[in-house]
Design a binder for this molecule. Structure first.
Ligand SMILES: [Fe+2]
Length: 519
């Protein structure tokens, strides 16, 4: 097989999508801001290193903003709604800021009697800075650390550490001012505000607001230059952006990730998603470890094991669309909240849609991670025939890991109790027995059955061949795809036919279909 090579920019688009969800920005906001900021970089004639900085700052500005979101939600309620409000105002303008925070507090404490509500709002306002400054400073630090883990340069990391800094020194975390705020930061802040303000107030009002804020949030010369070309720069800025546009905008050389670098990047993404709330911290990387080990135990092909590991790292990326205040609720969710929460596999698949090649398999698994064999899962109510062995392994690993973790509305189960719960789900026909036993074995639980019969007889290579044959490929084509000699492919086919008790391609295809080996 050819060595894996993934454009890092593809991966950055998944991160951008995730941060758009978490910060309440509109669809493709970060991608559109990348297009706008790079247009602006062209107009201002920036050199290559600065253009590189602009490109990454636009896509990744908010990658640290998941950290400690539970603290933000405890203080201000629905953090996504608050972030949406903050996008429309000048944070350096105290009355505007107080108004936005007051609105959040009123929303958060709406259930209190009027007198208690007034007191809660007063207390919240008094404590607002004390609560938010450490959280926002933490976002900057986390952004820099995640950037390091996906292999970005010290310059790009430094820019990300300045995401809340402003020209007038009223930003965070260090109150830098003027040229001390890096040029890519100044450009991207202006570009992103231009899009958010246009969406909130219209194009003409956006221009008036940018002009008014020159010398405040924005460098005056940059604001002036932007306004002079605003019509041209903002053309088409309300339209979706496709993958190829973002790939083409990346300054050369284009960064590539090999399999090890992809592993690091996926685990960084897992940690970014999970650090939103204390009870999910480390969840996805634990699911990845279990699912990868279980896939191996079952003898799945290497490409499936890789896909299941990466899908496990990203399976809950779509949860970012739902405010932390919902996930942290100890009581029951409303119907509307339940619907929103159950759509997270859909958002997860969308986030990963930009990933070419291998990414498609990862996205397909993420989409199915809460589905059950009997159709009782969500959100598409898929059934056994739509759930591949890798999907079944991911579902089992996710269910086991979640059962042993505490949630606001229940305590975590012991490993033994979690294992019993999963075996109960097998009995009910919801989870795959082979996948569950493989996960439990890899989690150190005593095995209940021998190696699964369904796949145990086939080697990983034979499963790959079987899939291709079942998908209508000839032996010769399968050999070419797997980069093996036609004679070797013939041998694999003969061996697997005799192992599974078939004599024809059609028989093999049906066998594969019955066992969920083809999609
Ligand atoms: Fe999930």
């Amino acid at each position: 097989m050819a060595a894996l090579a993934v454009r890092r920019a593809d991966f950055l688009m998944a991160l951008a999508y995730a941060t758009d969800l978490a910060t309440g920005h509109s669809r493709d906001f970060a991608l559109r801001s990348c297009v706008l900021a790079m247009r602006f970089a062209d107009v201002t004639g920036l050199d290559k290193p600065t253009r590189r900085g602009v490109y990454h700052q636009a896509l990744l500005r908010y990658i640290g903003c998941n950290a400690d979101t539970h603290l933000l939600a405890s203080a201000f309620g629905d953090e996504i709604a608050l972030r949406r409000d903050l996008q429309k105002i000048d944070i350096g303008n105290k009355p505007e800021l107080v108004e936005a925070i007051t609105r959040a507090l009123v929303r958060a404490f709406a259930d209190l009697p009027p007198e208690d509500l007034a007191k809660a709002v007063e207390r919240g306002l008094a404590e607002a800075m004390q609560v938010s400054v450490p959280i926002l400073s933490g976002h900057c630090e986390v952004a820099m650390r995640i950037a390091e883990r996906i292999g970005l340069s010290p310059e790009i990391r430094e820019n990300l550490g300045q995401l809340y800094e402003r020209w007038d020194g009223k930003g965070l975390p260090r109150g830098l001012s003027g040229d001390a705020v890096k040029l890519p930061v100044r450009i991207v802040t202006l570009a992103q505000d231009a899009i958010a303000l246009t969406e909130a107030h219209g194009f003409d009002t956006m221009k008036a607001m940018i002009a008014k804020r020159a010398g405040g949030g924005y460098e005056p010369a940059l604001a002036e230059r932007f306004l002079a070309d605003a019509d041209k720069l903002m053309a088409g800025m309300d339209e979706p952006v496709d993958r190829e546009t973002i790939l083409a905008l990346e300054p050369i050389p284009h960064a590539m990730l090999d399999e090890t670098a992809c592993d690091d990047a996926y685990v960084a993404l897992a940690d970014m998603v999970d650090m939103r709330m204390p009870f999910t911290f480390g969840h996805s990387r634990a699911v990845a470890e279990l699912a990868g080990a279980a896939g191996k135990h079952l003898g799945l092909p290497a490409s499936d094991i890789r896909a299941v590991r990466w899908a496990a790292c990203t399976h809950d990326i779509g949860e970012l669309a739902v405010p932390v205040s919902t996930w942290m609720r100890a009581g029951a969710l409303t119907e509307r909240e339940t619907d929103a929460a159950r759509l997270h596999p859909y958002h997860g698949e969308r986030a990963l849609a930009s990933l070419g090649g291998e990414g498609k398999a990862v996205a397909a698994l993420v989409l199915r991670h809460h589905e059950r064999l009997d159709g009782s899962g969500y959100h598409r109510y898929a059934r056994a025939s739509d759930l591949s062995p890798a999907a079944r392994v991911l579902a089992a690993a996710e269910a086991f890991q979640t059962a042993r973790e505490a949630r606001p509305y229940r305590a975590g189960l012991s490993d033994t109790a979690a294992a019993a719960k999963l075996r109960g789900l097998v009995k009910e026909g919801r989870l795959c027995p082979d996948a569950v036993e493989a996960v439990l074995t890899c989690a150190g639980q005593p095995a209940r059955r021998a190696s699964p019969e369904r796949l145990a007889g086939l080697t990983a290579r034979e499963i790959e061949v079987l899939r291709l044959i079942a998908g209508g490929h000839t032996a010769k084509e399968a050999a070419r795809q797997l980069e093996i000699a036609p004679k070797t492919a013939d041998n694999h086919i003969q061996n697997l036919y005799s192992k599974i008790g078939v004599t024809t391609r059609a028989g093999a295809a049906l066998y594969a279909l019955e066992r969920g080996l083809v999609e």
